[in-house]
Design a protein around this ligand. Sequence first.
Ligand code: NAD
Ligand code: TYD
Length: 352
Amino acid sequence: MILVTGGAGFIGGNFVLDWLANPSAEGVVNLDKLTYAGNLATLQSLEKDARHIFVHGDIADCNLVLSLLNKYQIRAIINFAAESHVDRSIHGPADFIQTNVLATFNLLEASRTYWSELAQKNQQNFRFLHVSTDEVYGSLSSTARPFSEKNPYEPNSPYSASKAASDHLVRAWYHTYGLPVLTTNCSNNYGPYHFPEKLIPLVIMNALAGKSLPIYGDGQQIRDWLYVKDHCAAIRRVLENGKTGEVYNVGGWNEKSNLDVVNTICSILDELRPKTDGAPYAAQITYVKDRPGHDRRYAIDARKIEQDLGWRPSESFETGIRKTVQWYLDNQDWTEGVLSGAYRDWLKKQYS
Ligand code: NAD
Ligand code: TYD
């Protein structure tokens, strides 16, 4: 079996669903703390699937992790568990240090204890795949080359600094102890089951609710966007064929300004769900105060994973964003479940 951490979150949830969509796939032990970002509704379709074992717990809990590793004879760990939202890291960095740094350290230690006691063949086959972000490389000027795996780390937010710290720990556990690790650094994901604190789901849901569409600063910040299912495919590829100790940058070759992203969503909604008053959704765009320390541009050079492992994204931004908007229109139950009191409190704190 494999152990997925953070598998009730956005990317981890998509990963578990895609993994188990393959009838011959190994089972999944899914360890998740169910923070505000964890959502069991995402995993509802697996309720009767005996190959999915959900465990409510913290990756910081070494005893729990070690007992799961032993009980299920885990052959690979894919670590998605993290605090993931930059704006929340600005309001409250402590949770980010706790989970992304300290708890990742605990997870590495439990993994090392388990791995060091495995028989030699199982030791060789074991993998610890750490899922990280392109934000660890900092911010690019408009003319700079996209981030390659050789770029220096220059994290600028509490979120990216905590992820950078975890990447360094993972690297050290390989070099010092020989733990067979793999690290992926991916650009911005979007797609189904995305918590609506992030730009794309926030804009879709606010647009449909007739609310304003907040653009930080001038809206000319650039992100590279990757459809989440392409990211899941990249992780599977790295897990099976990646070279231990290596880092793979994962990206969509889709650099877009935030304003372009929001305008694209608005025009798809104009077509699929026109407003009764005939007004365009883009009329709801509102410019708001910029994020402190806002990184201007991220872009990924994903040639290494393509050349070494033969992975390329299958969705363009245009096809992926259309599927995403359609998914939110078709899955109002999921989105309504997310709009809890805690989520409303966050919106008030961030946007009022
Ligand atoms: P998310 O916030 O949607 O989900 C995180 C999940 O981890 C939640 O289910 C939460 O309950 C769980 N979790 C948090 N702390 C935990 C702990 N201590 N123990 C166990 N579970 C815990 O995040 P996401 O967007 O799915 O991101 C997953 C990973 O991918 C993160 O490591 C993130 O840094 C990385 N990443 C995200 C993006 C993106 O665009 N979302 C891009 C690149 C990399
Ligand atoms: P986000 O989805 O939070 O991802 P990240 O900060 O990890 O890149 O934000 C994507 C971009 O959209 C980022 O430049 C910030 C911007 N943004 C807005 O302009 N308005 C918003 O309400 C949000 C949430 C983000």
